[in-house]
Write a protein that binds this ligand. Structure first.
Ligand code: ZN
Length: 563
């Protein structure tokens, strides 16, 4: 009698038998031995990390959504998935068979949010016991070394969201990122079908919105390798633009020399490029220049914009609202943010528009409207929750500065929490550092306001708050000192003035920064940090009443050389 190995005597359900014939008798009645169930379990054996959210399998049933060359949504099945994913009934049965045969460990709660009202198993997590996992991988690899790997990659890529097509793009992308990262490093590039390449590249570009810098650049490197196989590819533009964006975020100076195509999709790409250049201008403190850029774009056929063009219009309007806010033109900013905040279906920029609108209403003294917008916000992730709390804290502070003193305590509690949350996130990029600065700034303002009497001790506490805020501002990855630094120094000068009657070095420093901003015609007023106007006005008035000449003039327009 021929000797058999363990894996020849194991069923897909995990049970081990003494002989091949006893295994055979079992298998005939075992639900896990059906072709579809095997297909499901084979995929599960290759997915990492474990457990795997059922939503990922559910997403495989719907077509893959991408943009076509006209900038409209295209639904297709570019990835060759195993047959069990072609039909909900088949997949449903396969999963139930796997559960009936005790082949999988099932846990409550999908790690992917927003399963879109899928079947119950879309809200569960699945995992193979280790012996089954090893057995299935061994038996597959004795047939073909890469097929399991390839199918797993296809499934995850099929499920990964494309920008502007999934309303929860950021949340879904973040949830699926851990499954994509291990695949990126061992993508069987040469085994992919040519017909799968364009969608694979799109997903790689999409992945480059997530994770740390290395993950992002690795995703783009894979995209480039694949694009080279079908060069010239219409996706070259998108890859190039993402590269430039990553460099810009990394604080590098970049120049854009990409030429989008002449068609409708090219027109959307042109909008992307304009947005990129506008953002770059803002980072350099040239708000008016950014304004001119975003005014240059119109849809290909103005009366009939494509879906992608409609999205680009929203994103341009969002940028216009931000620029108006940065310029201190709050009425104009409101005109852009109000429609974006209430649009249905919600746009990608809706959440951020609402946050801006809260601050704009606060500047206009429309407190009830500001709170109504805040109350309407729904947060679906930790990131959104942090941003929402920051906006709410700033609203409380804004109210406190306008005489609603009871709000000061609420603001203080929130800011203190937010500072400690963002402190741990500072290594994760510029946006985190900027938000950390906003929270430190809020706390410094509150410390300043709550300073007991004119004691030296109170002054020292207040100054250390401003030192902290200033240090956080310097870490925002902006090379030159700008408006936030100026406000920190003005505040320090005021503290010193109130104790000793002399504003000292901080005022001189503030003057220097203002002179530098003015000489370059820069408009770094609210940029980066979204600081409100009230605090700087208050501090300037206090300083003026102690005999210091006013440094920062009225709001709106560029810093004036004559002032
Ligand atoms: Zn079995």
């Amino acid at each position: 009698m021929q000797a058999t190995t363990d894996h020849e005597r194991r069923c897909y359900c995990g049970k081990l038998y003494q002989t091949i014939s006893s295994l055979g008798r079992h298998s005939r009645g075992c639900p896990a031995s059906s072709g579809d169930c095997k297909g499901f379990l084979q995929l599960l054996a290759y997915l990492e990390p474990r457990p795997v959210p059922g939503d990922l399998f559910h997403r495989a049933l719907s077509p893959f959504r991408k943009w076509n060359e006209n900038g409209n949504e295209l639904r297709e099945r570019p990835f060759q998935l195993p047959g069990v994913f072609s039909d909900e009934g088949r997949l449903d049965k396969a999963i139930k068979d796997a559960i009936d045969a005790h082949a999988v460990l099932v846990t409550i709660g999908s790690s992917v949010p927003d399963a879109d009202q899928g079947p119950w198993w879309a809200y569960r997590n699945f995992e193979l016991p280790e012996p089954s996992r090893t057995f299935i991988r061994n038996s597959l690899e004795s047939l073909d070394g890469t097929c399991g790997q390839l199918d797993a990659m296809r499934l995850v890529f099929h499920g990964f969201p494309i920008p502007d097509l999934d309303t929860s793009f950021v949340e879904k992308g973040n949830a699926l990122l851990p499954f994509v990262v291990p695949l990126l490093y061992k993508l069987p590039v040469d085994k992919l079908l040519v017909s799968e390449l364009p969608s694979t590249i799109e997903v790689c570009i999409s992945i480059s919105h997530f994770g740390d810098h290395d993950t992002k650049s690795n995703a783009l490197a894979v995209a480039q390798t694949l694009a080279d196989r079908i060069a010239p590819s219409p996706l070259d533009f998108s890859i190039g633009l993402r590269r430039l964006t990553l460099s810009l975020v990394g604080g590098q100076a970049v120049s854009i020399s990409l030429s989008p195509g002449p068609d409708r999709k090219g027109n959307s790409q042109r909008a992307e490029a304009l947005l990129f250049r506008a953002q770059q201008s803002v980072e350099l403190g040239h708000v008016s220049e950014a304004w001119k850029l975003v005014g240059q774009w119109t849809p290909f056929h103005a009366a009939q914009p494509s879906s992608l063009e409609t999205i680009m219009s929203s994103r341009l309007d969002y940028m216009k609202g931000k620029l108006r806010r940065f310029q201190g033109n709050f009425e104009a900013a409101r005109q852009y943010f109000e429609p974006l905040s209430s649009q249905y279906p919600p746009t990608r920029v809706q959440f951020s528009s609402r946050l801006h609108l809260i601050a704009v209403y606060a500047e206009l003294g429309l407190w009830e409207k500001a709170q109504t917008v805040a109350d309407r916000i729904e947060v679906v992730s930790g990131r959104q929750r942090r941003l929402y709390r920051l906006a709410q804290a700033e609203l409380f502070l804004s109210r406190a500065l306008c005489g609603f003193e009871d709000d000061l305590a609420s603001a203080k509690g929130l800011f203190a929490d937010i500072v400690s949350e963002y402190e741990g996130l500072v290594p994760f990029g510029r946006t985190m550092r900027r938000n950390f600065f906003r929270a430190c700034f809020g706390l410094a303002v509150i410390g300043h306001l709550q300073r007991q009497g004119q004691t030296l001790f109170g002054a020292l506490g207040s100054l250390s708050g401003w030192e902290l805020a200033y240090r956080a501002s310097r870490e925002c990855l902006v090379v030159a000192e700008g408006f936030p630094d100026l406000v920190c120094h003005l505040s320090m000068a005021q503290v010193q003035c109130s104790v000793s009657g002399q504003s000292g070095p901080p005022l001189e420093r503030a003057k220097q920064i203002w002179a530098a901003l003015s000489s370059q015609g820069l408009e770094q007023r609210f940029c980066f940090t979204n600081l409100g106007t009230r605090w700087v006005d208050m501090v300037s008035e206090w300083l003026e009443s102690s005999g210091c000449p006013r440094i920062v003039s009225h709001w709106g327009g560029p810093a004036n050389k004559n002032e």
